[in-house]
Design a protein around this ligand. Structure first.
Ligand code: NAP
Length: 539
């Protein structure tokens, strides 16, 4: 059977894409590697996993009934609650009948003669469709563990992004955690609460702020729901996909007292962006940034009792915000416990995993269990893990060998009718993903509807439009401090990956307006073809 679209992935992007295409009368099938919906929330079941965008923001806005009826229990929802929500959405909109589970896609090849995609699964099935829509997520391909000897370890080995469904009991065990990013920072306090001994291996200290998570009160839920639509609209035209805070001043034009009072209020608010949005130059001026960074370092020093451990936990090698900040519940406090040890692997590098544990340049640590919270091949890893071949047999992996090039993060030249939801070059991970997912899905659905109306068969990014967009993405990033960090935003966490700023930092609102303008100008920058050949409609 030939479909209008094959959608890769049944996370929040894939589910909404299916919903919208069905609404427009397109036939679509979703192929999903897991045996359930939820994407990242299906896989990341480590202790303490929760979203650090507030639950009433991190949810779909497309259905007024859904957003009115669903009741989030906490300020920041846990992974099980978000997965329940994903399952509720799948049932509520009867999505499962068009999702094929346990189908990992091996390859997708564009057939120029039929202007269609042939998508093959690892289990040997083939699906044909006019459009191939990639909804595989930005942080879904765990990066290969680049520490020698991992296979040798005789104890239990876990990865935060592929956690056993039945959970893990660390009671009485000697546990090692490798990594101190968001996943580690959320899980460490809970692992420490069970383990007999916990050793944390830190390569780069992270900036983390308290989440001040709490149950949501009835009145605040009612108040938000009374004008949910208006609130969502503000998020859509914001910088990060949540309503902007007023930032009309430089951090350097106010007194130290005023600055600290502002930072303290932001800290107490318990959100990811309040501190970074306190002033308008924190992400562009090294001196301004340093005031915020030092505020957080002082907090770390005030929480962690051992001064040496506190200093090790203080990030000093990158501006605050240029690596994804973290939200925690009791992370720094955990290092005050007698049975918790911090190992600075910049000082004593990790050499190998052994049969009994982990060896650094200084000593060997013995463990019953090791948790790898070592992160992802972000933004491009999941896309190119499928062997994607475009026009003339070119592979996407080859096209992106020096870094991903897209037009608007939505399409790639030489890959007609291939859409990437929250692809590289779009705000994606620099935003509340739900807002960016809905924006891309709506844009793609409208594009497909327009093509059908015009009797068009293909749409493809023009190379010159793609080059101009890539240049713009870099130009905007280069005006900030982001390129200074060795972050996964820059691809640097994966050995051999080109150093390129992957998302678009120009803001969710301006980006949305640009996408709408392009569509309004007859899909400017895209080539559209009909059966008869190239259309003059596209600029
Ligand atoms: P991550 O932020 O990339 O952190 C990986 C950690 O492992 C880093 O501390 C890294 O050190 C370390 N590491 C990697 N390879 C290593 C090696 N060979 N030796 C020693 N240390 C090594 O990954 P993550 O914590 O899974 O988070 C990734 C992203 O997912 C987050 O930034 C966030 O966007 C998202 N996330 C969100 C939530 C949430 O919403 N609550 C939760 C979890 C994750 P270096 O820094 O030195 O590379």
């Amino acid at each position: 059977m030939k479909y209008d679209a094959v959608i890769a992935g049944a996370g929040f992007a894939g589910m909404y894409m299916l919903y919208r295409l069905r609404e427009l009368g397109f036939s679509a099938i979703v192929l999903e590697a897991a045996d359930g919906v939820g994407g990242t929330w299906y896989w990341n079941r480590y202790p303490g996993a929760r979203c650090d965008v507030q639950s009433m923001d991190y949810s779909y806005s497309f259905s007024e009934e859904l957003q009115q009826e669903w009741v989030w229990s906490e300020k920041y929802a846990t992974q099980p609650e978000i997965l329940r929500y994903a399952n509720h959405v799948a049932d509520r909109f009867d999505l499962r009948r068009d999702i094929r589970f346990e189908r990992r896609i091996a390859s997708a090849a564009y057939d120029e003669n039929n202007a269609s995609w042939r998508v093959a699964t690892e289990c040997g099935e083939t699906y044909e469709a006019q459009f191939y829509i990639v909804a595989t997520g930005c942080l879904s391909m765990p990066k290969e563990i680049d520490i020698p000897g991992v296979e040798r370890f005789k104890g239990k080995r876990y990865h935060s992004a592929n956690w056993p469904h039945e959970g893990v009991d660390f009671s009485g065990l000697r546990v090692g955690v490798i990594g101190t990013g968001s996943s580690a920072i959320q899980s460490i306090p809970l692992i420490a609460a069970q383990a007999a001994e916990l050793t944390v291996f830190q390569r780069t200290a992270a900036f983390s702020m308290p989440a001040f998570n709490r149950p949501l009160q009835g009145e605040e839920i009612t108040a938000r729901k009374a004008n949910y639509a208006e609130f969502r609209e503000r998020s859509r035209y914001s910088l990060f996909g949540v309503p902007d805070l007023a930032m009309d001043k430089s951090a350097l034009e106010v007194s130290a007292e005023e600055r600290n009072a502002t930072y303290e209020a932001a800290w107490q608010g318990g959100t990811l962006i309040a501190l970074l949005e306190s002033y308008n130059d924190i992400m562009t001026s090294t001196a301004a940034n340093e005031t915020a960074a030092e505020f957080v370092r002082q907090k770390i020093r005030s929480i962690v009792k051992d001064p040496k451990t506190a200093e090790t936990l203080c990030p000093t090698t990158f501006p605050i915000g240029t690596k994804r900040p973290c939200l925690d519940t009791g992370y720094y406090e955990t290092f005050n416990a007698e049975h918790v040890t911090l190992v600075d692997v910049r000082h004593t590098p990790l050499e190998e995993v052994t049969e009994r544990g982990v060896r650094t340049s200084a000593t060997e640590y013995e463990f019953d269990a090791i948790v790898f919270a070592t992160g992802f091949d972000a933004m491009t890893g999941a896309i190119v893990s499928v062997d994607i071949t475009g026009r003339g047999g070119v592979t996407l992996k080859e096209r992106w060998q020096h870094g991903p090039a897209t037009y608007l993060g939505l399409m790639v030249a030489e890959f007609p009718n291939l859409f990437t939801i929250t692809g590289p070059g779009s705000p994606s991970v620099m935003s509340n993903m739900m807002v960016s997912i809905e924006q891309h899905v709506d844009w793609i659905a409208e594009c497909m509807r327009t093509l059908r109306e015009r009797g068009a068969t293909t749409i493809e990014a023009r190379p010159e439009a793609e080059q101009a967009w890539v240049a713009h993405v870099n130009e905007v990033a280069d005006a900030t401090l982001f390129p200074q960090a060795n972050s996964w935003y820059m691809g640097v966490n994966v050995p051999g990956k080109p150093r390129v700023f992957l998302p678009y930092i120009g803001g969710v609102g301006p980006y949305r307006m640009k996408c709408d303008e392009v569509a309004g100008n007859a899909y400017e920058g895209f080539a559209i073809t009909t059966e008869a050949g190239l259309s003059a409609a596209a600029g």
